[in-house]
Design a protein around this ligand. Structure first.
Ligand code: WTA
Length: 645
């Protein structure tokens, strides 16, 4: 894209930036040439250690054996809290902004430390110990951060399940990780509506007999069921224990958390992250990619149920002693000015969100933005999906008044922290490009055979060596880790994304090349949605693909073949949508269901999704080769039905 517009680094940003063009080049080169020296220095600079490591770096991608700072002892909660107390005990750690605009709270590092110690002791009192898995199913309230850090403090491994997931999805995740403890709330509040978390958890727990403790935060005081002996009010449990809880000495490689994410096949897998390397990645990228400066208020709009919330609401900012804003609500409540009102109310300097939110706000008109001040804003960020240049320009001009660099950050649940992104003081921007790799990240583009492509080209995005915050395994299933990420191109980590590299070496992520779709920045396995659809008695077969959607980026398009003799009705479509919502959660609801008497299959019976994607996108001129189909007329029928649908 030689004709892409370039936005050079603004002078005022460069002057005070942590990293400039020159230091980026130098540090990047050093990070590749001398990983031992580079990562050793960064680990000293960013983290506090109880005792030092034996070896800095071990990257064996062929065997999936990745270790950083092995033998070193540290604790993530100590790094996010205790070490800050002397210098910034009274500084705000978390600004909590409630769903109701009249509801907010400032929590200092000292307060947060005390809350974490208390919950840690309350968990210990109920038998939770190092290595145990704790499921967190909470709305965006401070207790979510407290719960994460309390687990880290005692060495328990947290597994957060997004509050929008259904009881069934919650059950699967609790069972897969063998959690005996769950932390939830009576209800959540979003956009003025209450969300029934405890009753969802109760349903899930009907099939989880091993769960012994359910801590329940009282958020709304709404009616809930109660199981004596198992359920404990959070506020009572933390009142009864001491506020002193020493942080457990953890090895660098001890697991910190598991987070389930969708892949192209089967059930979601538990991506497992370690302690020290993960925290180093989150802290370094938080400081450098957002150019975080002492005293600034930083706001990432993600939910803690996703990796973005883990790394950029909680761990990265708190490791750096920052003030991080946590928002309970949605960008359109009470109206589409909400984000900018919050920016003004709390003097936010750095704002990090998803393209889907920007597209939705853009559609509401500029007035909602321009009537607010936003003068505190300095840096803007995006994550989760490719940002279309139109949304980028709107973000830059209307939200940022053409003053604030936009960092388009590419990364994944598996990568733990940002891998490809501009640095505000160092990188000239091109709308739509995630630009250049972060320190220590060695990306490459390969063809289908794994041959590395040179120069400006298009290909599959791989990473050629391990970085500190890389996932270490799939929880309980190392074989699946190898198969999913490290087998396609031996010796390299395969991202599942396609990308283009331009003549300046800038990366342009083009989207998933596997059967994963990205709906409003949320990853969804097409196989998961298909499995939900075929649970219905009337459904013989289902094939799900993504299609371009103005707001969501991608929408969910389901082709459904009914059992012989079943009448295709609108009523049935509604039932199917509801079924998917119950099985996975409302985010997985199909946008379109098309009845498909037949699906295009190869002679060996494999569904040709390439063709289904084209039909869904209405790109009928470029269907490609259909001659290998067992029955080519199937495609004509699908096209005909699409038009009459
Ligand atoms: C996509 C979210 C383009 C990509 C942190 C990736 C992006 C998947 C970007 C991971 C970006 C994320 N530009 N695409 N800046 N960021 N993606 O695990 O397809 O929820 O593989 O992690 O989102 O989604 P996940």
């Amino acid at each position: 894209m030689s004709n892409a517009k370039v936005y050079p680094v603004p002078d005022d940003i460069r002057k005070n930036a942590h990293i400039t063009k020159e230091t980026y080049q130098e540090m990047y080169q050093r990070s590749l040439d001398d990983p031992e020296g580079f990562w050793g220095e960064q680990a000293e600079k960013f983290l506090d250690w109880f005792s030092k490591w034996d070896k800095v770096y071990h990257s064996d991608l062929k065997n999936g054996d990745i270790r950083f700072f092995e033998g070193g002892k540290m604790n993530v909660a100590h790094n996010c809290l205790d070490r800050h107390l002397e210098k910034r005990g009274d500084q705000t750690a978390i600004i909590w902004e409630g769903d109701d605009p009249n509801n907010s709270e400032h929590i200092t590092y000292k307060d947060l430390h005390e809350r974490v110690c208390r919950l840690a002791n309350a968990m210990k009192a109920r038998g939770v110990k190092k290595g145990d898995r704790v499921c967190i199913y909470l709305p965006m309230i401070p207790e979510a951060a407290v719960a994460m850090l309390a687990c880290a403090r005692i060495g328990a491994i947290h597994s957060i399940v997004f509050g929008g997931f259904s009881p069934d999805a919650l059950k699967d995740r609790i069972q897969n990780a063998d959690c005996e403890t769950v932390i939830t709330a009576d209800e959540g509040v979003r956009g003025g509506r209450n969300v029934a978390l405890k009753s969802n958890a109760d349903k899930a727990l009907e099939s989880c007999p091993d769960v012994k403790n359910v801590f329940v935060v009282k958020r709304t005081g709404g009616d809930i069921d109660w199981k004596d002996g198992r359920d404990i009010w959070y506020h009572e449990a933390v009142a009864d224990v001491s506020a002193d809880c020493p942080a457990e000495q953890m090895d660098s490689e001890d697991p910190l958390f598991i987070l389930y994410t969708s892949g192209s096949t089967g059930k979601p897998k538990g991506v497992q992250h370690c302690s020290a390397g993960y925290l180093l990645g989150a802290a370094m990228t938080h400081k450098y990619v957002f150019d975080y400066q002492e005293g600034e208020v930083y706001w990432c709009t993600a939910d803690v149920g996703w990796v973005t919330g883990h790394s950029y609401i909680v761990y990265g900012p708190l490791a750096n002693g920052a003030t991080t804003l946590m928002f309970e609500g949605v960008p359109t409540y009470p109206d589409a000015s909400r984000c900018w009102d919050v920016v003004d109310k709390h003097n936010v300097s750095i704002f990090y969100t998803a393209p889907t939110a920007l597209r939705a706000l853009m559609g509401q008109g500029d007035e909602y933005v321009t009537k607010t001040s936003r003068k505190s804003l300095r840096i803007l960020g995006t994550v989760g999906e490719p940002i279309n240049p139109e949304a980028w320009e709107w973000y830059y001009k209307v939200v940022g008044d053409s003053r604030c660099p936009i960092v388009d950050t590419w990364w994944q649940t598996e990568t733990g922290s940002i891998l490809i992104a501009p640095l505000p003081g160092a990188t000239d921007l091109k709308p739509g490009s995630a630009t250049l790799p972060f320190f220590g990240v060695e990306p490459a583009l390969v063809d289908a055979e794994g041959k590395e492509l040179e120069g400006a080209c298009d290909g599959n995005l791989v990473i050629k060596r391990a970085w500190p915050s890389m996932m270490r395994t799939v929880y309980g299933d190392h074989k699946r880790f190898m198969e999913t990420y490290l087998s396609a191109y031996p010796g390299m980590y395969f991202t599942g994304d396609g990308a283009r590299r331009d003549e300046d070496g800038y990366y342009w992520i083009t989207g998933r090349v596997d059967d994963v779709i990205n709906v409003s920045g949320h990853r969804m396995g097409t196989a998961e949605v298909e499995s939900a659809l075929v649970l219905h008695d009337s459904v013989a077969e289902a094939a799900v693909v993504g299609y371009p959607h103005d707001i969501k980026g991608q929408g969910i398009y389901a082709y459904v073949t009914l059992m012989a003799g079943v009448e295709p009705t609108d009523e049935l479509k509604k039932e199917l949508v509801k079924l998917v919502s119950n099985e996975i959660g409302p985010i997985a609801k199909p946008d379109v269901i098309q009845w498909a008497p037949g699906l295009p299959k190869t002679r060996s019976g494999k569904i040709m999704r390439r063709i289904l994607r084209k039909v869904a996108a209405n790109e009928l001129d470029s269907l490609g080769d259909t001659s290998t189909l067992a029955d080519p007329t199937v495609v004509d029928n699908l096209i005909e039905d699409r038009e009459t649908k």
